[in-house]
Design a protein around this ligand. Structure first.
Ligand code: NDP
Ligand code: 2IT
Length: 449
């Protein structure tokens, strides 16, 4: 082996773009990692000579399939289903399923790539994957959702298993969809295993899995603020989204003494100057999880401003938690947050901040917690659900919460170890390098294949 090895970022990215034309979200996610990992591997020639990052950017396998189902009017509908099995070097493939009308292979590849690093950071033996369908669950009846989930599983079941690939939820896939899919998997295989996580508590689900992503996000933010001799108590926060991650982020923020000013959906955002309290959060849960209505309905019960077609980032606040979707904080949004004196941004969604947005935060000295570290609590408790399923036992709420806190602290400390430069901690760099090392070492151990 040579003592140094250099791969130029522009050449690396040109190769990636050539091999994956038009996949802009995937390019964006890889660029964000390669920017940190390529300089790092220069001093570790073994990673560079073995072309580990090139190999890591190629999914192990992509499965694409037709999902036919019948709507309530008797029409046959066809959607496209996917599973991107990205990397199983450190454990079986693990990652959520997304049902969204705009879903593309590029989005799933960015999510699967990110998931590989995130799962590595949890310290659990979990590989990376993502899947889903370009199915729009909005406005569908209960029966249509059930038929779609069953048809989706009629193909997916042959590619997954408790030691192979363990899906879970993501956008558009919550407890209801997981239950329909798990039921169909059980019928098709005549096995009851932990092959899907996020299950109901009556059939193998784990305590705190529903809450885990949001709670974990706030635990990480708390660690970051404490590291900087600051704290959550008494701060104001902007939250975007009103789904699973947003709801439990708001819940834990309220418990931590933070005044949450906003919540949103793809139609607009509500701005509640008095702060969203537990009673108001209960309404959001009812509207989104039970009635499946728009966030604008909040203003029918509680006093708040509603801004149709807008995002919340212009509202002055000390903290921001984007919890909706990718690229929801672009350059101008990041500038607005910086101009209003925001102290910290922690990503609940996957890749909600564009690379230009991250640059603005770093230049403004805003503490930035990247998704692969900040929202890893969800998959971490999924990992704990798998362990409980294998052991055929259930841990208590207290036990899971305490493990989740420890995992988020461990993630924080890995980011500090690999991201500290003098007095400044770059959590993005720390997460990228720490996540990379474990997967890279495993790949090298397996030889060149
Ligand atoms: P949900 O489906 O429960 O909620 C999604 C929320 O985001 C809804 O409020 C939705 O609004 C909003 N949203 C979706 N698409 C858009 C869009 N294009 N523009 C604006 N708002 C949008 O999903 P989750 O809460 O589970 O997921 C949210 C994010 O968190 C995703 O990025 C996901 O990948 C990530 N994540 C989820 C984890 C989990 O365990 N569930 C774990 C880690 C990360 P509307 O109702 O109008 O569509
Ligand atoms: O993005 C994510 O980490 C998730 N959607 C959760 C994945 C999981 O397997 O729990």
């Amino acid at each position: 082996m040579k003592m140094t090895c250099k791969i130029r970022l522009d050449e690396f990215m040109a190769g990636l773009v050539r091999r994956n034309p038009g996949e802009t979200e995937f390019h964006q996610a890889v660029y964000e990692v390669a920017k940190d990992v390529l300089p790092f591997v220069e001093s570790r020639p073994i990673y560079c000579e073995n072309r580990i990052l090139e190999r890591m950017t190629e999914p192990d396998r992509i499965i694409i399939f037709r999902v036919s189902w019948e709507d309530d009017d008797g029409n046959i509908r066809a959607n496209r289903g996917y599973r991107v099995q990205f990397n199983n070097s450190i454990g079986p493939y693990k990652g959520g399923l997304r049902f969204d009308k705009g879903l593309t292979l590029s989005i799933l590849k960015f999510l699967g790539f990110e998931q590989t690093f995130k799962n590595s950071l949890t310290g659990l033996p979990l590989g990376g994957a993502k899947g889903g369908a370009d199915f729009n669950p909005k406005g569908k009846s209960e029966h249509e959702i059930m038929r779609f989930c069953q048809s989706f599983m009629n193909e997916l079941f042959r590619h997954i298993g408790p030691n192979t690939d363990i899906p879970a939820g993501d956008i558009g896939v919550g407890a209801r969809e997981v239950s329909y899919m798990f039921g169909q998997y059980k019928r098709l295989t005549n096995t009851v295993t932990g092959t899907i996580t996020g299950k109901g508590l009556a059939f193998g689900g784990s305590m705190i899995r529903t809450e885990a992503t949001g709670y974990g996000l706030v635990y990480l933010a708390d660690n970051i603020l404490k590291q900087h001799k600051n704290g959550l108590e008494g701060k104001t926060a902007l939250v975007s989204g009103s789904g699973n991650v947003a709801q439990y982020t708001i819940e834990k923020l309220i418990d931590s003494g933070v005044k949450v000013l906003t919540a949103s959906d793809s139609s607009g955002f509500v701005y509640d100057k008095d702060g969203i309290d537990k009673e108001k959060l209960a309404l959001i849960k009812q509207l989104k999880n039970v009635e499946r209505k728009r966030i604008s309905e909040y203003t029918k019960t509680f006093k708040a401003e509603y801004h149709e077609g807008q995002k919340p980032w212009k509202v002055p606040s000390q903290l921001a938690f984007p919890c909706a979707t990718q690229n929801e904080i672009l350059e101008l949004d990041a500038k607005a947050l910086a101009d209003n004196g925001c102290l910290a941004v922690a990503e609940g969604a996957n890749m909600p901040v564009s690379n230009e947005g991250i640059d603005i935060f770093e230049k403004a000295g805003i503490l930035f917690a990247p998704a692969k570290a900040a929202n890893a609590g969800g998959v971490a408790v999924s990992g704990l659900e798998m362990t409980q399923n294998s052991m055929r036992l259930s841990w208590t709420r207290k036990q899971i919460d305490s493990r989740l806190k420890n995992i988020m602290k461990h993630i924080h400390d890995q980011c500090v170890e690999h991201g500290q430069n003098g007095n400044v901690i770059n959590y993005r760099k720390g997460a990228n390098i720490a996540g990379f090392i474990k997967v890279a070492d495993a790949m090298i151990s397996f030889g060149n294949c």
